[in-house]
Write a protein that binds this ligand. Structure first.
Ligand SMILES: Cc1cc2nc3c(=O)[nH]c(=O)nc-3n(C[C@H](O)[C@H](O)[C@H](O)COP(=O)(O)O)c2cc1C
Ligand code: SF4
Length: 248
């Protein structure tokens, strides 16, 4: 599988004002991902699934809207992509000013919150904020006659929630990042009827802070556990384990 992620382009006409044929109108803005797809598709084996991850909404002032994303989705599906994966926000445009010598990090502004909502939330809450746009995009893809699967993500962490997403046609595949980090054995636990033993993500974004500081990404729920055991691989500073403890 090959997935290319476009969080900065195609964008909106206000934000993407390039004058080199890749900015301005929708048709121009969508050119880059379509050209990348075409080049990748022709370079890799037919056995490779090639898809694109892009934003349902940029979540910045003047940024691309759900309507833009719905249109991009139909263009990508029409071009023959094998799957579409939907994220949201996470833009450099509204990232906090970094300290001198540090790089800007795209998950520090409002759009960053929309991408990786933490437990500290607003009235909508941190779970499933990307589902309404995902549903609209999937419906548009189907209405255009394509069966391209749509992957959604964002605050999804338990089986019933994921099942409800699929049953209500909000997506064809449910992805999660932080819950998979919190418990890499989620899948086997749920599959074997031991879902009650899942180590649930707290949505504290401790992992995201480590990423922001360019340190090895681990989860606070397990990275100090059993450090004294023999053979535990540790982070560069020696304070954290890099792999979750074994579960069986
Ligand atoms: C530490 C960390 C780093 C991430 N880096 C990326 C990235 O490089 N590209 C990307 O598209 N999404 C990235 N994400 C976002 C996730 O793919 C996902 O869309 C987001 O965390 C919401 O899903 P979740 O609630 O299941 O974590 C990252 C998430 C985390 C926690
Ligand atoms: S550190 Fe662990 S519990 Fe906290 S948000 Fe990341 S994965 Fe979830």
């Amino acid at each position: 599988m090959w997935v290319f992620a476009f969080a900065q382009l195609p964008g909106s006409p206000t934000v993407n004002t390039r004058t080199d044929g890749y900015g301005g109108s929708r048709e121009a803005r969508v050119r880059l991902p379509l050209e990348v797809f075409s080049a990748v598709r022709s370079a890799v084996s037919k056995r490779f699934a090639v898809g694109c991850r892009f934003l349902a909404e940029e979540c910045i002032d003047g940024g691309s809207s759900v309507q833009d994303a719905v249109w991009y989705a139909t263009q990508f599906a029409g071009a023959g992509m094998d799957f579409l994966s939907v994220s949201r926000g996470g833009k450099f445009d509204d990232a906090k000013q970094p300290k001198v010598g540090e790089a800007a990090y795209p998950y520090t502004g409002r759009s960053g919150y929309e991408c990786m909502p933490s437990y500290y939330s607003d009235a909508v809450g941190p779970f499933g904020r990307n589902l309404p746009p995902s549903k609209l995009m999937r419906a548009a893809i189907r209405a255009a006659g394509h069966s391209t699967p749509l992957v959604t993500a964002g605050g999804i962490h338990n089986f019933d929630q994921a099942e409800a997403v699929l049953a209500s046609d909000q997506a064809d595949v449910v992805g999660f990042a932080r819950q998979a980090l919190a418990d890499p054995d989620w899948f086997i636990k749920v599959l074997s009827g031991r879902g009650a033993e899942v180590r649930l993500c707290l949505y504290t974004n401790y992992c995201e802070t480590l990423d922001q500081r360019h340190r090895e990404v681990t989860c606070e729920l397990w990275d100090r556990e059993g450090l004294e055991q023999a053979g535990v691989t540790r982070s560069a500073d020696g304070k954290r384990r890099l792999l979750a403890p074994d579960w069986s």
